[in-house]
Design a protein around this ligand. Structure first.
Ligand code: BGC
Length: 526
């Protein structure tokens, strides 16, 4: 084989693995990456290439330096609600709380331009509005931010990524109550005041649409609310509560964004956005019903999340479907919400088929109104939409990236966008060897093909400003625990050692747009 012109990470892979050529799956899957791979120069100058994590998933130190218990700490410590197949939790996670300096070194050695991370609410305001700001919490994030800035890495901060002080759940039921809006605004204000001189990119809330679904429809995330037939929970109403929780999250976003725009942005000069979980829905069949079902699914997910902060209200189709169950924005609230984001954050992993459930019965139980009477499936005529991953609803469908970006571009008149998460975790195999995990050719192919698809959308005019790989390192994947590994770095959970996977080498090569020979060696923490 002619190897002279191959990048080093591929040479390494060829010797480590005999098969880098993968069969194409249903026209949209993996393929050989030797010819003409995507390059940094296919993206605009100044485009932010980075990696993402979130506080509960990486920090650990769950009771240190004045931090209170969060909803996830409590959820994962109570019996029988299945935090991870093996009852795992984020008590230690990646021990990023103690190792953050080394982790920033890793990012620096990769040449990352930005790091997206979230703030643990219970570290900063352990009792929410009912107590004081915790100076140790502020100090921790100040150190992270200072170190990032020193290394030329742009901090991209998510204020809230799922975890909040349990006291707010206990006192008034967190996102089901309007009081949570006030608490969130105080939390956001504390962040703007403490970090806004150095943070130029803020995300108010990560994936309110997914949290509403998992916490209040399916009941698999805290506070584990749901009703039949969605699941067996002790409390909840799967038809109404997800809509209420989402409404409070959207208003919390709107109020915090107003505060930022009026009081902080003029001095600090940053921007603020909202991030949603964005599947691309494709019709299962050519029928008109399924085509409309796919359109509805897009509206009831993307429109549900971004219509209010851009247009000031929910999509009309949702109002028609949910009637009075869908909360209403008052005229003042509509004003507050409208144009409350400077950019749209897209977390995109997969495309999936949508099947109509209004006119036919759905085999696997239809998600009823909250999901627009659509059943989703990854399979059509016995063929998967793309290669499966460790996540049941995530398939490798690179074309979905271009499609989702085009959809968002059209719906919202090309408001600036960031791909705030995109990543791959290989299907779970028992007793897999570490070497095999490190030799993650499939992750490289995933990112190359998704980036190609993204570059196409950008070439066609989409205003996308950055791309963050989920995740910098393996971490606590919520109820899936530690077996699902999304990282560019492998984490040994016994020693907390970080070991670069092949994909870390690839990303370094890609971001620096050069041959690996010229780069400093990748750091590990040993
Ligand atoms: C979330 C992350 C999660 C990732 C992979 C996103 O929905 O923001 O917290 O780890 O997907 O499942």
């Amino acid at each position: 084989m002619e190897t002279d012109s191959l990048p080093i990470y591929l040479l390494f892979a060829i010797f480590a693995s005999s098969s880098i050529l993968e069969a194409s799956i249903n026209g949209g899957g993996l393929r050989s990456k030797q010819e003409n791979p995507i390059k940094r120069s296919d993206f605009p100058p100044g485009f932010l290439f980075g990696a993402a994590t979130s506080a509960y998933q990486v920090e650990g130190a769950y009771l240190e330096d004045g931090k209170s218990l969060s909803n996830w700490d409590v959820f994962c410590h109570s019996n029988g609600n299945g935090c991870g197949e093996n009852g795992e939790n984020g008590d230690f996670a990646d021990d990023h709380y103690h190792l953050f300096k080394k982790d920033i070194e890793l990012m620096h050695s990769l040449g990352l331009k930005s790091y997206r991370f979230s703030i643990s609410w219970s570290r900063i305001l352990p009792r929410g509005r009912f107590g004081e700001v915790n100076p140790s919490g502020i100090m921790f994030y100040n150190e992270i931010i200072d170190d990032l800035v020193l290394k030329g890495i742009e901090p991209f901060v998510t204020i809230h990524h799922q975890d909040f002080p349990q006291e707010l759940e206990r006192k008034y039921g967190s996102w089901l109550d309007t009081q949570m809006q006030e608490d969130f605004v105080l939390f956001a204000e504390t962040c703007f005041k403490s970090f806004g001189d150095r943070v130029k990119y803020w995300v108010t809330i990560n994936e309110p649409n997914l949290v509403s679904e998992m916490s209040y429809e399916k009941g698999t995330y805290p506070p584990a609310h749901c009703s039949q037939p969605f699941g067996n929970c002790l409390a909840g109403n799967s038809d109404v509560e997800p809509l209420r929780a989402m409404h409070n999250m959207l208003l919390a976003h709107g109020k915090a964004a107003k505060l930022y725009h009026e009081r902080f942005q003029p001095k600090q000069g940053g921007s603020i956005g909202l991030v949603a979980h964005c599947f691309m829905y494709e019709p299962l069949t050519d029928s008109d019903f399924d085509r409309k079902a796919a359109e509805r699914a897009m509206t009831f997910n993307i429109g549900w999340s971004f219509d209010p902060p851009i247009f000031g209200d929910y999509p009309q189709e949702m109002r028609e479907c949910h009637g009075s169950e869908l909360p209403r924005f008052s005229p003042e609230e509509k004003n507050l919400m409208k144009n409350s984001i400077d950019f749209i954050g897209i977390n995109h992993y997969s495309a999936i088929y949508a099947k109509d459930c209004t006119n036919s019965s759905c085999l696997n139980g239809c998600d009823r109104a909250i999901k627009a009477f659509v059943e989703i499936t990854g399979e059509r005529d016995g063929q998967l939409i793309g290669e499966p991953t460790s996540m049941p609803r995530f398939f490798v469908v690179p074309r979905g990236m271009e499609e989702i970006v085009n959809y968002v571009k059209t719906r919202y008149s090309n408001l600036p966008m960031f791909i705030t998460e995109n990543g791959y975790s290989s299907p779970n195999v028992q007793d897999v060897e570490v070497d095999e995990i490190l030799n993650d050719i499939k992750r490289i192919e995933f990112h190359e093909t998704y980036l190609e698809s993204l570059a196409k959308a950008i070439r066609n005019g989409a205003d996308v400003r950055g791309y963050f790989i989920w995740s910098l390192m393996d971490n606590y994947e919520w109820t899936y625990g530690y077996n699902v590994r999304f990282g560019l770095y492998y984490v040994d959970y016994k020693t907390f050692e970080r070991v670069p996977k092949l994909s870390a080498r690839w990303y370094q090569d890609f971001v620096k747009n050069n041959s690996l020979d010229h780069h400093p060696p990748l750091r590990t923490d040993t």
